[in-house]
Design a protein around this ligand. Structure first.
Ligand SMILES: Cc1ncc(COP(=O)(O)O)c(C=O)c1O
Length: 450
């Protein structure tokens, strides 16, 4: 038996195209609607916010989109990300499962977010845009966009969710090192921000409203979103395309289970959609599983209906699982999973029965993450720890039955700038904060009736 643990790719084996799952879905996903007219959104409606190439990708039904050479040139700095067999964790768990993790923490910003930041900045710069605005939760997306903006000489302005701004100052510094500017959200710079008290903990929905408002008022500026939208998920499919090739190199004809954490859905979709293509084609039959926090259980307890992507209601209405656009999740450490909605494509795939979802409490996730760090040597981002905790459950179940499933898990980022969260966990002071039925009902009450 081979004892290889790391699988990579030769330069000529690297993906040259992103994969668009829309081409293979038997039932097309419902279109986004204009927030005012409630008619399906056309390319013109999106033009104030995004450059034409990204709008074309947003509405595309083409199966493959070629990755532009300048983007590939940056991908080469850190891609392929390695696929590892977690042999030491398997041994520790005493499992007969074979666990492979796709590690996106090797990117310059420390997460998968760079995969979409680079093309988003590239297409904007191509269209003469000099300033990009965005939101960020824990700060991974803001870091990725600032890095990409620095490469292409674009200004980057980030509204960071207040709760994360206050507790994760090092992320803010990293964004500034890459040349970005960071504002605490809610800020005093926008009408959307001024609707809330200055010390409000904030939410991704509020931060998105602020960034959209500023971009819409400046003709030289556009807005960049780190998750949720079709084009963002498209860019992330390099993860799954590589993983399929690397898994084959490991001698595995396919996966039995593909697991990822889901905030807005981009790393999860990026890993799983190429596997879904193989499933729909009858080449493999993996179970595909999204993991979310119990305090922000969008897929498992939200309703599948049209809602706004942001708190102020500036974005198009998207058909998605939602907890309500003004829902403010409790300040769990996985800041990137604190989003009220879900990518419409992921929501649609869940509705169609291709994808399952579970919700976990953060103490269980940190427990799995610490175990993973002590066996595999990687400190996972708190977001990624959700996927690992579910894999541990599955691996322990396999140990009971002797089954030998091939599990592929997305390790979307490292947690080296999240050591404060680990310190809280290790001191026994981390709290689980499940969402009550009353709070859920209150948040859902404000979802528009479409
Ligand atoms: C490391 C990491 N994983 C996961 C997520 C969740 O986002 P998404 O669901 O879009 O992958 C984030 C978001 O910030 C993140 O930083």
């Amino acid at each position: 038996m081979s004892d290889q643990v790391m699988y990579t790719l030769e330069p000529d084996e690297q993906p040259t195209h992103w994969y668009n799952v829309v081409a293979d879905l038997p039932v097309p996903p419902p279109p986004p609607l204009h927030p005012g007219t409630r008619a399906p959104v056309g390319p013109d409606d999106l033009a104030p916010l995004f450059p034409p190439e990204l709008i074309a990708q947003e509405v595309s039904a083409e199966r493959y989109v070629e990755i532009p050479e300048p983007v590939l040139d940056v991908y080469r700095q850190y891609r392929p990300s390695p696929l590892y067999r977690a042999r030491r964790w398997e041994q520790h768990l005493g499992t007969s499962a074979r666990i492979y993790y796709k590690y996106e923490g090797v990117s310059p910003a420390g997460s998968h977010k760079v995969n979409t930041a680079v093309p988003q900045v590239y297409y904007n710069q191509l269209n003469g845009i000099t300033r990009l605005t965005t939101e960020t939760g824990a700060g991974q997306w803001g870091t990725a966009l600032s890095y990409a903006a620095a490469l292409f000489g674009v200004e980057c302005e980030v509204w960071q969710v207040g709760a994360s701004y206050d507790t994760k100052p090092q992320r803010r510094t990293l964004i500034e090192v890459f040349g970005g500017t960071v504002h605490r959200s809610p800020s005093r710079l926008t009408e959307a921000g001024k609707a809330f008290a200055e010390d409000h903990p904030g939410s991704l929905g509020i931060a998105i409203s602020e960034a959209v408002e500023v971009a819409a008022q400046d003709p030289g500026a556009k807005y960049a979103l780190g998750s949720v939208l079709n084009h963002v998920l498209l860019h992330q499919t390099v993860i799954g395309e590589e993983a399929l090739r690397q898994l084959a190199k490991a001698g595995e004809p396919g996966a039995d289970l593909v697991v990822g954490c889901a905030g807005g859905g981009s790393n999860f979709a990026g890993l799983s959609f190429p596997f879904l293509r193989e499933k729909l084609a009858g080449n493999q039959d993996p179970r595909i599983l999204a993991v979310e926090p119990s305090s922000c259980p969008t897929l498992t307890r939200g309703e599948y209906r049209y809602d706004f992507g942001d708190t102020a209601g500036l974005t198009p209405l998207m058909k998605m699982h939602t907890l309500g656009h003004d829902f403010v999740p409790s300040p769990i450490h996985a800041g990137g999973l604190r989003y009220h909605g879900m990518a419409p494509l992921v929501s649609h795939a869940v509705e169609q029965g291709y994808i399952d979802a579970v919700a976990l409490h953060q103490n269980e996730c940190f427990d799995a993450a610490v175990e993973f760090a002590r066996t595999q040597g990687v400190v996972p981002a708190p977001e990624s720890s959700h996927a690992l905790a579910q894999v541990r459950r599955e691996a322990l179940a396999a140990a009971e039955t002797g089954a030998e499933p091939v599990i592929v898990v997305g390790l979307s980022g490292h947690g080296l700038l999240e050591l404060g969260a680990y310190a809280t966990y290790l001191s026994g002071n981390l709290e689980d904060d499940p969402l009550s039925d009353a709070a859920l009902a209150e948040a859902l009450a404000n979802v528009p009736v479409v």
